[in-house]
Design a protein around this ligand. Structure first.
Ligand SMILES: [Zn+2]
Ligand SMILES: [Zn+2]
Ligand SMILES: [Zn+2]
Ligand SMILES: [Zn+2]
Length: 453
């Protein structure tokens, strides 16, 4: 088998004894490259470190660099009923290294104490909160990886993947970092008292509604927000729950949202439909008393336009069950989603990302022409003059050439007010990206397609 690991072993066996090998191992770039290819199993790396001193230093250097960002992902719940404790078969990845209950603490200690890593960013992805490893990950973060270095962490996202409730070490990280979220439960109490700037704060729709419900009993809840001292450049809002039984769709408590945007001096709002339950469910509390609501599914002309103007609004379309249904049935949510987002969050600049799964679903509806036309229809509803629209598409590799030829050859014929101005290619970067810039002279609007593969 020609895995990177086995090819490395062959390399060492053949070269270790001769001068060439020593020269090789004293060359930092080559050593870095070898290490970069040794992934997955920490034991391989430890063996490599024994090769010679410069190799050892290089190994430490690479491991430190790699673990400045720690991503916990690929939570893998075993099929056992967890009668055995600790369960040996559940696993999680810390960056590229697969860990289980038996070795996760040992590995984290090795990183922190032996390798002396300094973690700047922590992300926790897609645990679905089912695996027993989530509590281990939470403990490993505080006890082994961060400890008293909580003030060095700049980004801490995905905390909802491992914990429902707030904890003091989490609050300490939250109070010091620049990118944090989603804010849940009592965490707001901890950060609202601060004088602190966030580059990004994330919040779920449900949290905003829950705060409104709490405020009904105790009006100091919203007062704390009115008196808060934090500022936030970008507010990311996850749309996860349905609040209207009769009309299937997302909404937000509008007055409270307006308050946050003004009070925190928010410049950019990002909206992300997201799902962590298997089926999106109706919020069980009554939210009828909360009016007005910012609704993403209504006919856009019924939606009043907010009074403020943002620097930008970003929509990150993920394929949740709701989005999938709306694409399939061509329902009003999808027709009106972007137009509503623009009325709720007015801005001249809008960016919409169509994730790989959304592109796939939309392409499966028919051909490229339908796909692109569908997108133009969505983005041109209630179009405002002087606007700048960026559309980031992540199509299948096989579909990219079809989209390319449609944009180059047929787009202007089909949408005759638009002219293709420039096409540029940055395939040197990864992911490769092609840009197609269209201009509409009568409305002074720009649409830029970014085709990312
Ligand atoms: Zn991942
Ligand atoms: Zn298990
Ligand atoms: Zn488990
Ligand atoms: Zn915590």
């Amino acid at each position: 088998m020609n895995t990177p690991n086995s090819s490395c072993t062959i390399l060492f066996e053949n070269l270790y004894d001769n001068d060439l090998a020593l020269k090789l191992f004293n060359n930092r770039t080559i050593v870095d490259n070898i290490l970069r290819n040794v992934k997955g199993d920490i034991n391989n790396r430890l063996e490599l470190r024994l090769v010679n001193k410069s190799f050892n230093l290089a190994a430490i250097h690479v491991i430190r660099k790699e673990n400045r960002t720690v991503v916990f992902h690929k939570f893998n719940r075993c099929d056992r009923l967890h009668k055995i404790s600790p369960c040996p078969d559940c696993s999680v990845h810390l960056n590229s290294v697969k860990l289980n209950k038996k070795n996760i603490f040992q590995y984290a200690r090795f990183l922190k104490q032996t390798m002396k890593i300094m973690v700047i960013k922590i992300r926790i992805e897609d645990s679905k909160r089912v695996c027993c490893m989530i509590t281990d990950v939470h403990q490993v973060i505080h006890k082994s990886l961060i400890g008293s270095d909580y003030d060095k962490v700049e980004e801490f996202v995905g905390i909802d993947q491992i914990s429902f409730s707030t904890c003091i070490p989490c609050e300490k990280i939250a109070a010091n970092c620049k990118v944090f979220g989603p804010v849940q439960n009592d965490m707001f109490n901890a950060i609202l008292r601060l004088k602190h700037h966030y580059d990004v704060l994330q919040v779920k729709d449900m949290r905003l509604y829950k705060l409104m419900i709490l405020n009904k009993e105790d009006p100091t809840v919203v007062e704390d927000f009115i008196n808060s001292n934090i500022t936030c450049s970008k507010l990311t809002i996850f749309l996860m729950y349905m609040y209207e039984k009769e009309a299937f769709g997302y909404s937000l408590p509008r007055e409270f949202l307006d308050l946050l945007i003004k009070k925190w001096n928010v410049k950019t709002v990002e909206i992300v439909p997201r799902q962590d339950q298997p089926i999106p469910y109706y919020f069980h509390c009554n939210t009828d008393f909360i009016v007005p609501k910012a609704k993403f599914y209504v006919d856009y002309w019924t939606q009043p336009r907010s009074k403020y103007t943002l620097d930008g609004v970003e929509i990150d379309l993920q394929l949740t069950k709701v989005v999938e249904q709306q694409i399939k049935n061509r329902k009003s949510l999808f027709d009106n989603f972007i137009a509503n987002a623009r009325r709720i969050f007015p801005s001249n600049k809008i960016t919409v990302r169509f994730s790989k799964e959304v592109c796939q679903e939309m392409m499966s509806q028919g051909n490229v022409e339908d796909f692109i036309s569908g997108i133009i229809l969505m983005t041109q509803k209630d179009a405002q003059p002087n606007s700048h629209i960026s559309l980031k598409l992540y199509p299948e590799e096989v579909d990219a050439p079809l989209i390319d030829s449609f944009l180059r050859e047929n787009f202007e014929k089909k949408f005759d007010s638009w002219n293709l101005e420039t096409v540029s290619d940055s395939s040197a970067n990864l992911p490769a990206e092609k840009c197609y810039q269209f201009f509409n002279q009568s409305t002074n609007c720009k649409i830029i397609f970014y085709i990312c593969c």
